[in-house]
Design a protein around this ligand. Structure first.
Ligand code: B16
Ligand code: MG
Length: 217
C-alpha cells in the first residue's frame, strides 16, 4: 500500500477515553449478582467486542435462555449508562486533543468507529460531540469488530478509501477489523500483541509525523 493519507479513524474505548473500567464494573456487578466468577483479567477478553459477544465470553460456556441473555444485557447496560455520568472532559486520554488538532491542521478528515451503542453518550460527556466528521457506533452496522464493516462504513461516509485512512485501535478485534478492511492500523497498548502496522504504548505517543514515518512502504 502506498500512502495517500486523507483521514484518521479512531476507536473510542481505550483510544479516546478509558470506558473499559466502567464496562468491567458493570459486567462484574451482573456476574456477582448471578454467581458467575469474573475477574479484571477476564474483562481484557471483552475489549472492543460487542455487548452480546462480551456476554458470551463472560459466560465461558455456560448456557442461558435467549430471554435471560436479553435481560442480562439490558441490566448490564443500565449499570453502565449510570456510570457514564461520572465521565467529564478531563477523561479524554492524554495525547488525543493535540493529535486531533494536528490532523485538522494537515487537512485530514476525522472519524470515530466504536462498537458501543453508547458512543454518542460518551462523546457528549467528553465534550466531543462535534469533534468527528463521521461517527459510527454499535448501531451503524450489523457485524461489529472483528468484521471490517464498521470501519468501512465510516470511511465510506468520510468519502475516503481504506488505504487512505489510518485506524487507531486498542483491541485485537479492532486491529483485525482494520487489517481485514485494508486500512493502515496503529495498535495502542499491549492487547493487540504483534498485530498492526505501528505500535504505540499509549495515546501520549501518538505523534503523527513519527507514526507516518514508521508505516511500512
Ligand atoms: P456497549 P469500542 C466497545 O467500545 C468496548 O470496548 C467493549 O468492551 C463493549 O462491549 C462494546 O464497545 C459495546 O459497548 O455495550 O456500550 O454497546 O472499543 O469499540 O469503542
Ligand atoms: Mg477499544
Amino acid at each position: 500500500m502506498s500512502l495517500d493519507l486523507k483521514a484518521l479513524i479512531f476507536d473510542l474505548d481505550g483510544v479516546i477515553t478509558d470506558t473499559a473500567e466502567y464496562h468491567y464494573r458493570s459486567w462484574k456487578r451482573l456476574a456477582d449478582e448471578e454467581g458467575i466468577p469474573f475477574t479484571r483479567e477476564d474483562n481484557e477478553a471483552l475489549r472492543g467486542v460487542s455487548r452480546r459477544e462480551s456476554l458470551r465470553r463472560m459466560l465461558k460456556g455456560r448456557q442461558i435462555a435467549e430471554a435471560t441473555a436479553e435481560a442480562w444485557m439490558t441490566r448490564k447496560n443500565t449499570y453502565y449508562v449510570e456510570m457514564l455520568d461520572l465521565i467529564t472532559p478531563a477523561d479524554v486520554l492524554e495525547g488525543v486533543t493535540p493529535l486531533l488538532a494536528e490532523a485538522r491542521a494537515r487537512g485530514l478528515k476525522l472519524g470515530l468507529a466504536s462498537a458501543s451503542r453508547n458512543a454518542w453518550k460518551v462523546l457528549d460527556r467528553l465534550g466531543m460531540s462535534a469533534a468527528f466528521d463521521v461517527v459510527g457506533d454499535g448501531s451503524s452496522v450489523v457485524n461489529t469488530k472483528p468484521s471490517p464493516d464498521l470501519f468501512i462504513w465510516v470511511a465510506g461516509r468520510l468519502n475516503v478509501s481504506p488505504p487512505q485512512a489510518l485506524v487507531f485501535e486498542d483491541a485485537e478485534a479492532g486491529i483485525d477489523a482494520g487489517l481485514t478492511g485494508g486500512f493502515w492500523t496503529v495498535a495502542v497498548g499491549s492487547a493487540p500483541g504483534e498485530k498492526g502496522h505501528v505500535h504505540i504504548a499509549t495515546m501520549r505517543d501518538a505523534d503523527l509525523t513519527r507514526i507516518l514515518a514508521a508505516l511500512p512502504r
